[in-house]
Design a protein around this ligand. Structure first.
Ligand code: NAP
Length: 308
């Protein structure tokens, strides 16, 4: 197998927390360079921008874009134009339509565009999908509540237009929802709470359904202190399924039936190596479309200013 030589672009929290160790643990993947304005790694070629990386950098096959969503489209276009495979952190864009030209570019260039949804690779998500496929689902409730000061300290971009606010984690829940349910779902109503000094919501309540009228509700909140919740509860005709810990544990009627350590990012890089081997793309926009529709339909309230 030839090694996929990858450059990380945007060396911030998620690059440090997950991408570095996942690349190191993935057969067929090698970290070859870093492009980041303010961060570098000892012993690795470093460039301030992706343009500099593509122009003057060592030979690479792929880039992994770990920058905020507002700048990723232009970076992906530059990388594809230079003949590189592209891995996108979630969310894949700041808008839905901006992905179409990138998908077309990747196809024309015979390169991979991989829009990642790391939560879909949490260990209990696939077992949950399989369990639900054989049952009649009667309702779904999502509770995704975390302390933004703990998980996103100093990340000003998250509060800017295109930063998604509480939908930055909330879209992970929607990526699980759209994976485990057998039918397409859509938003019918939303309530969005915007801090007076921010361009993105700090909390949101969504009502969703499917063609059969399945009741689905979701609560996202960035103001959670104390216990954090990343839970999906699904009632069925044969018991209640609980996915907790962001998809790491599955319980049926309160009894744990699947639980494993988090290998989400290793799975993502295994998939990226496989996709790149055949120049195939994987871009599912379903979670981003739900967020876009929540913004379209959302009733807005202004709440107290957020100070990090
Ligand atoms: P972050 O800590 O702010 O890191 C992003 C890095 O991108 C920054 O350190 C910065 O590095 C670079 N950057 C910031 N603004 C830029 C700009 N305008 N132009 C070019 N580069 C810029 O953010 P993060 O938490 O790693 O999140 C990045 C992406 O990963 C987000 O889409 C997020 O949803 C996703 N993600 C995050 C987590 C998490 O737990 N934090 C989990 C899963 C996915 P330089 O200043 O060195 O350029």
């Amino acid at each position: 197998m030839t090694e996929l030589r990858i450059a990380i672009v945007g060396f911030g929290k998620i690059a440090r927390d997950q991408h570095l160790s996942a690349i190191a643990a993935t057969p067929g993947a090698t970290l070859a360079a870093v492009a980041s304005r303010n961060a570098s790694l000892p012993g690795l070629p470093h460039f301030a921008t992706i343009e500099e990386l593509l122009e003057k950098g060592p030979p690479i096959d792929a880039v992994s874009l770990c920058t905020p969503p507002q700048v990723r489209r232009a970076q992906a276009a530059a990388a594809l134009a230079a003949g590189k495979h592209v891995m996108l952190e979630k969310p894949p864009g700041t808008g839905v339509a901006e992905l179409d030209p990138l998908i077309a570019m990747a196809a024309d260039a015979k390169r991979t565009l991989f829009a990642t949804w790391h939560s879909r690779y949490a260990p209990a998500v696939e077992p949950a999908r399989q369990w639900l496929a054989e049952r009649r689902i009667t309702s779904v409730h999502i509770s995704w509540k975390e302390d933004v000061r703990v998980w996103h300290p100093g990340q000003g971009w998250i509060w800017e237009p295109g930063g998604l606010g509480v939908f930055d984690p909330g879209i992970n829940a929607l990526s699980i929802l759209t994976k485990i349910l057998p039918q397409a779902v859509f938003v019918t109503a939303a309530e969005l709470a915007f801090p007076a000094n921010c361009q993105a919501p700090i909390a949101a309540k969504l009502t969703l359904t499917d063609i059969g009228g399945l009741p689905i509700s979701a609560e996202f909140d960035f103001r959670q202190t104390g216990p954090q919740s990343w839970d999906v509860l699904v009632e069925t005709d044969q018991g209640r399924l609980t996915l907790s810990g962001g998809g790491r544990r599955m319980a049926i009627d309160g009894k744990t039936v699947a639980e494993a350590p988090d290998e989400e990012y290793r799975e993502l890089y295994r998939r990226f190596v496989d996709l790149a081997a055949t120049c195939a793309s994987d871009v599912d926009l379903a979670p981003l479309r739900l967020v876009a529709d929540a913004f379209l339909l959302g009733k807005r309230t202004i709440v107290e200013p957020f100070v990090d």
